[in-house]
Design a protein around this ligand. Structure first.
Ligand code: SF4
Ligand code: SF4
Length: 107
């Protein structure tokens, strides 16, 4: 990572981000312990966090823009580090394309 990239990473904070990562499709693992009513299954059978009609994860507190199940959030969400590679890629893509919804599975 060069100096410009390090400075860019240092300037990233969730408090100035519209929780972009909480619009992604969060694929659950068997060891995740998320309340069942917050989850759903896609047509192909993948177990995922459910989304509201606007495409946000149903566990997102839309007022505070934070996770209502933070302590028991899915493993994939724990892997999504602020300023990390996935975060920066998502923010860059959002800046290029504007609002969108993509599927994400961290393995
Ligand atoms: S982890 Fe990254 S994409 Fe997610 S809310 Fe924080 S800054 Fe935004
Ligand atoms: S479970 Fe929490 S951290 Fe994960 S996408 Fe939903 S609101 Fe965001």
């Amino acid at each position: 990572m060069n100096r410009m990239e390090r400075e860019k990473k240092a300037n990233i904070t969730c408090t100035s981000c519209d929780a972009l990562c909480c619009q992604l499709t969060v694929v659950l693992e068997a060891r995740d312990a998320v309340p069942a009513h917050l989850t759903t299954r896609l047509a192909g059978g993948l177990h995922v966090m459910a989304k509201d009609e606007d495409g946000w994860c149903v566990a997102l507190d839309g007022q505070q823009m934070n996770c209502r199940i933070y302590d028991s959030r899915p493993i994939v969400c724990r892997s999504f580090v602020m300023g990390g590679a996935y975060c920066r890629a998502e923010r860059d893509e959002h800046a290029r394309q504007g609002d969108r919804t993509i599927a994400l599975q961290l393995t």
